[in-house]
Design a protein around this ligand. Structure first.
Ligand code: HAH
Length: 332
């Protein structure tokens, strides 16, 4: 039987984001088609350290055990982010902002504790997630990290992670990675890190795409641009929404034939590109497994169902699955 991981074995690893439910409910598909997992939420700050100094690793440990039992790699997501990080983290006991030195010390404690626990087991970490501003001239997104520490919070995060596991691959991860304006900013950020000798090994391209955008041209240009930096690229959060980002319709309750066809075509084009750049792309991870569950059913329109994957709500292969498999057949 044709499986994703077998078909692309010589190109890249094939991953899926999992959560506490899907790691059970999607077990079959996970074992058949995927050789890598990422915790969708369970290794984010608020899950690993909900209260000061109180680390909760049980769910993350279970995910890692699942990966190891099934010969899968695991990506770590994510250490430093403006979202899903509790407020207390930036405050002292009196409720005032920490000083730069204090926040750096806390950041170091969190990163060292987490990364050394999984040393040698998690092969790649999204060390910093989404630090670049989408629009406008500024390079950096406003965040408590930036406000209190300054721009070099990113440098420090990578240094601390590298100290904790010198063999782990360290990534900067972001979305709208193919947008011509944001792509240049991400490039500039990462180039700066490299020039300063910061230990970074790759760029994570989230790849939350849809039926209409980004264009194949923009995707190719961004991959080529990033590749110039000599780093590895991981597609970290791939999904293909049936709606363009500004489409706020809520009256569509199942995917139309037209949508499924367009989606299949898009998926084929995407995997053509991934295959073409297989020397730099080392990993392709979907941000879920089947259409039974996707974060897109609550984003950007709350409660609107979406169908962004290769497997439908029953776990059956969609037209897009066959087109993706075909990509590799055509090149063998
Ligand atoms: C991602 N943000 C996060 O990296 C991931 O941790 C989360 O589970 C889902 C998506 C993507 C994102 C976006 O595409 C647009 C606006 C904000 C965030």
């Amino acid at each position: 039987m044709m499986t994703l991981k077998k078909q692309f074995k010589t190109d890249f690893i094939i991953g899926a984001a999992v959560n506490k439910d899907t790691i059970q409910s999607e077990q079959g598909l996970l074992k058949q088609h995927f050789n890598s997992i990422t915790a969708e939420n369970e290794m984010k700050f608020e899950h690993l350290q909900p209260r000061k100094g109180e680390f909760t690793f049980d769910v993350a440990d279970d995910f890692l055990a699942f990966a190891q039992e099934n010969d899968m790699k695991m990506r770590g997501h994510t250490l430093v982010w403006h979202n899903q990080t509790p407020d207390w983290f930036f405050l002292d006991d009196d409720g005032n902002d920490l000083s730069r030195e204090e926040l750096l010390a806390r950041m170091k404690e969190h990163i060292s504790t987490v990364v050394s626990r999984y040393k040698g087991k998690i092969h790649a970490w999204d060390v910093v997630n989404e630090a670049v501003l989408d629009h406008g001239d500024d390079l950096y997104r406003q965040s408590k990290w930036l406000e209190i520490i300054g721009e070099d919070f990113i440098d420090y995060a990578f240094h601390y992670a590298h100290e904790a596991d010198p063999d782990a691959l360290l990534f900067y991860n972001d979305y709208n990675e193919s947008d011509p304006v944001k792509r240049r900013k991400i490039y500039q950020l990462v180039k700066g890190l490299l020039d300063r000798g910061v230990p970074i090994h790759g760029i994570g391209l989230q790849s939350h795409w849809n039926l209409y955008s980004p264009s194949i041209k923009d995707i190719k240009q961004s991959i080529e641009g990033y590749a110039e930096l000599g780093l590895k690229l991981h597609v970290t959060e791939l999904d293909v929404s049936m709606f363009s980002f500004d489409d706020k319709r809520t009256d569509i309750t199942s995917p139309t034939k037209e949508m499924l066809y367009l989606q299949a075509e898009r998926y084929q084009q995407f995997f053509e590109v991934f295959h073409m750049y297989r020397d730099v792309i080392e990993s392709v991870t979907f941000w879920g497994v089947s259409d039974a569950y996707t974060w897109l059913s609550d984003f950007p329109v709350v409660g609107r169902k979406n169908w962004p994957f290769l497997f439908d709500e029953s776990g059956d292969k969609k037209p897009a699955f066959d087109r993706v498999i075909e990509v590799k057949d055509n090149h063998m």
